[in-house]
Design a protein around this ligand. Structure first.
Ligand SMILES: [Zn+2]
Length: 436
């Protein structure tokens, strides 16, 4: 039995890349796309920008004015490079600048021509330098088409809608998540996102075992009957060492997508474990340690993360600046207050984020300062503490609270929006149909 969900969507707005892995993954995918586009398109390495010229026969124009001189026109295909503007392209290809001026006078066209994006493809049709037509892809589903007729230039936006299908795939891991995903015909991007969704529960480097299984329900985007790319993961389940984790995507009323357990619990934690990208832990939480500088027993009530001077230090959770300034052996230090009695402390900073002041709100993951060795420190590192109601906890092992669940006021909307996709997780995988 199979279900197919088919939604004709206006246009798929991909989520805004957040901090952390997501940004990196998207960047990677983006770069890959650009490289692929450049490799695919013919280009002339000496000139930088790409141009191919082909001859075509001008179609018969039903016009009282006969076409000029000859009946052939040339097509130039250009891959836009950095710093290219329409003006520069017109000059480079010796096209009539007066034509460009006329184009810009068409309603709405100036804005559609002024900002070119590196890597995009333009098609320019001309006849001995006189512009005959122009095509520019505005988005995956829209193409701007300018043509010239007897009266002048005419522009039109051609719609080529994307179709979003829902696909379900399952796989059992033999060697790695990525291998299993590839064997199941899943794009690499879906595997990356799957790992990101469950990153707070599963360590995809250390915890993955042979025999782990997953099912993923995701969007596949088609155009003209061909698969173009993958969209969002809508629901997923992952069985790691016999333990099952489930996730479902929910887009709130503001259009922001986030993953929750099907019962509405957040899959994210309210804190990140280590607020800095570190090379090693130079000193662990230890209530009876000999202090390296003072050379006497003094409790080490935090973790020292060794990292080069200047490495960004991030807020471990949403909160408010409780203290920012100098404090004895800690040197430049920041204290954040997170509610429920949790306070985090960041010591030995080289400097603070400019403008950071007491009372200011900070968001999880935002940069608050930079690694240094101010105060009593033998080398550059971040001294990080996690306190609960005044008592120091081991930041490496303290159970971190979950982020906020679905708000009570959104609960009904959440359940209604996600039920179908959660159900798909329990059906046999395959192309599927849900009409809506
Ligand atoms: Zn320390």
């Amino acid at each position: 039995m199979s279900y197919v969900l088919s939604i004709v969507s206006k246009f798929l707005k991909s989520a805004i890349p957040g901090v952390s892995t997501r940004g990196a993954i998207l960047l990677q995918v983006g770069l890959f796309a650009i490289v692929a586009a450049l490799a695919w398109l013919p280009h002339d390495s000496d000139r930088g920008p790409v141009a191919t010229v082909s001859q075509a026969v001008l179609p018969v124009i039903e016009s009282p004015i006969p076409p000029p001189v000859s009946v052939g026109f040339s097509t130039i295909e250009v891959v836009v490079s950095r710093n290219d503007t329409m003006d520069r392209l017109f000059r480079r290809f010796e096209l009539n600048l007066a034509d460009l001026a006329s184009l810009r006078d068409l309603p709405g066209l100036r804005s559609q021509l002024d900002k070119l994006h590196p890597g995009e493809l333009l098609r320019i049709m001309h006849h001995g330098g006189e512009l005959v037509g122009l095509e520019r892809k505005l988005s995956d589903s829209e193409t701007l088409k300018v043509t010239r007729d007897a009266a002048g230039f005419v522009s039109d936006v051609l719609e080529n809608p994307l179709e979003v299908h829902t696909r379900t795939a399952s796989a059992t891991i033999d060697s790695s998540l990525f291998q299993a995903a590839a064997d199941a015909g899943l794009p690499e991007r879906v595997a990356f996102e799957l790992a990101e969704i469950f990153q707070y529960d599963i360590d995809f480097v250390l915890d993955i075992q042979q025999g782990d299984r997953f099912t993923v329900v995701y969007e596949e985007i088609f155009q003209d009957g061909e698969s173009l790319k993958s969209g969002n993961i809508l629901a997923a389940r992952f069985i790691n060492e016999g333990r099952e984790y489930r996730a479902v995507r929910y887009e709130n009323a503001q259009g922001r997508g986030e993953y929750f357990a099907p019962d509405g619990r957040s899959l994210r934690k309210a804190f990140i474990r280590a607020p800095v990208q570190f090379s090693r832990i130079s000193s662990r939480f230890n209530p009876s340690r000999r202090h390296p500088v003072l050379n006497r027993i003094r409790a080490h009530r935090g973790v020292d993360y060794a990292a080069p001077v200047g490495t960004p230090v991030r807020a471990a959770g949403n909160g408010r600046v409780k203290f920012v300034g100098k404090q004895g052996g800690f040197g430049n230090v920041i204290e954040l207050e997170h509610g429920s009695g949790v306070v985090t402390v960041y010591g030995h900073l080289s400097r603070f984020k400019s403008g950071l002041r007491r009372g200011q709100r900070v968001e999880l993951g935002s940069v608050i300062g930079y690694v240094g060795m101010t105060g009593l420190a033998t080398g550059p590192h971040l001294h990080y503490e996690y306190r609960v109601r005044g008592s120091h906890k081991n930041p490496q092992t303290v159970p971190l609270p979950n982020a906020e669940p679905i708000a009570e006021s959104e609960r009904d909307r959440f359940m209604a929006a996600t039920a179908d996709f959660v159900n798909l997780l329990d059906l046999p995988a395959g192309p599927a149909l849900v009409a809506r």
